[in-house]
Design a protein around this ligand. Structure first.
Ligand code: TRP
Length: 334
């Protein structure tokens, strides 16, 4: 608890840029949480180091993602938005927790298996201990709830296991976090393969709407979106492409599936895809404008980063000191 509120913790990796899937599936929901919860969101730049980065480009995307969090509506005065690498406690706690994590557990992580298959030339120890660092992120802030997608569920499970194991030995040190499943919000799928999640690292540029895409790009990508052979705008499991577009349209317009079906009754996919494109471009326009403003105002963004770093540091060091003491590390002489 912070200020009598339960704590929410989440974050995204600091590479590339954010997609419509990140926005509708996560960010847009995060924005609604700040009145009810104490929210802490990291730009997870340490996790990004598991893949080789070009330093200047990496630095730029990390700042861009910070600005996108804010542009999407997360008020940096109400939410603690910070860079993971600015709080050294993540790395310090990660080491300690690593000593409470079994290799057998890490061997079971499906993301590690997938990623090592993808980067066979660089299967580094960081990739292997990625879930331990993630556990440290979450436990450092005593988070009650962690909004995550299904692909991160296994990482939250291991976080809970580590926390419970530690607590069983040393007493109630960590809050055992739970996954937060938002009431609304959608899992947005690739526009080119609706069985696959929309991802910023997709090789097919047409598969993904980026938050900073131009209106023309957005319209073009929706026009090319994969659908199915009949032509009815109807939500159905056997129509994953159209259903995905309906989910997107519903998210940005607030219309229900029935309303959408009625609106496009007797009209073809062409009309529908154009309408989805327009609606998404309209929804993203203010976000993009705010982003440009933020990126132009270095002093403001820097001041928010500094303020939140200090806030995060404060919460983190409280937990870290407690942990160090519990495991018997020698206290510093002050
Ligand atoms: N692994 C997460 C992802 O790729 C990002 C992440 C790192 C995270 N640390 C976290 C998410 C802590 C939630 C909580 O999506």
């Amino acid at each position: 608890m912070i200020n009598d509120k339960r704590i929410i913790y989440s974050g995204m990796q600091a590479t590339g840029t954010l997609t419509l899937g990140n926005y509708l599936g996560a960010l847009k929901n995060w924005v609604t949480l700040s009145s009810e919860y104490e929210c802490i969101y990291g730009v997870m730049d340490l996790h990004s180091l598991t893949v080789r980065q070009v330093p200047a480009k990496f630095r730029k995307s990390a700042r861009s993602i910070y600005a996108l969090y804010v542009a999407a509506g997360l008020d940096p005065e109400k939410n603690c938005i910070y860079y993971q690498s600015h709080v050294s406690g993540h790395a310090e706690l990660s080491w300690i927790l690593g000593c409470f994590t079994y290799m057998g557990e890490l061997n079971r992580m499906t993301q590690f298996k997938d990623k090592s298959a993808k980067h066979a030339d660089n299967i580094n120890a960081g990739l292997y201990t990625y879930p331990v660092l993630m556990a440290a992120d979450i436990l450092l802030y005593q988070a009650d709830l962690v909004p995550i997608g299904v692909d991160q569920k296994q990482h939250l499970e291991i976080t809970r296991d580590i926390a419970q194991r530690f607590n069983a030995i040393y007493g109630d040190v960590f809050t055992v976090p739970e996954a937060y499943v938002p009431k609304t919000g959608a899992k947005i799928m690739s526009l080119q393969d609706p069985m696959k999640k929309m991802s910023k690292s997709d090789e097919n540029v047409n598969a993904t709407i980026l938050l900073l895409d131009s209106k023309d790009d957005i319209l073009r990508k929706f026009k090319r979106a994969v659908t199915d052979s009949d032509s009815a705008v109807r939500y159905a499991e056997e129509k994953p492409g159209i259903s995905n577009l309906m989910g997107i349209y519903s998210c940005v317009t607030g219309k229900s599936f029935e309303e959408i079906e009625k609106e496009f009754d007797g009209r073809g996919y062409g009309d529908f895809k154009a309408a989805v494109g327009e609606a998404v471009a309209d929804a993203l326009a203010p976000l993009k404008a705010r982003y440009q403003e933020l990126m132009a105002d270095k002093a403001y963004l820097d001041s928010m980063i500094k303020m939140n770093d200090e806030k995060a540091q404060y919460y983190a060091s409280k937990t870290l000191r407690k942990v160090q003491k519990k495991v018997g590390l020698t206290e510093r002489i002050r």
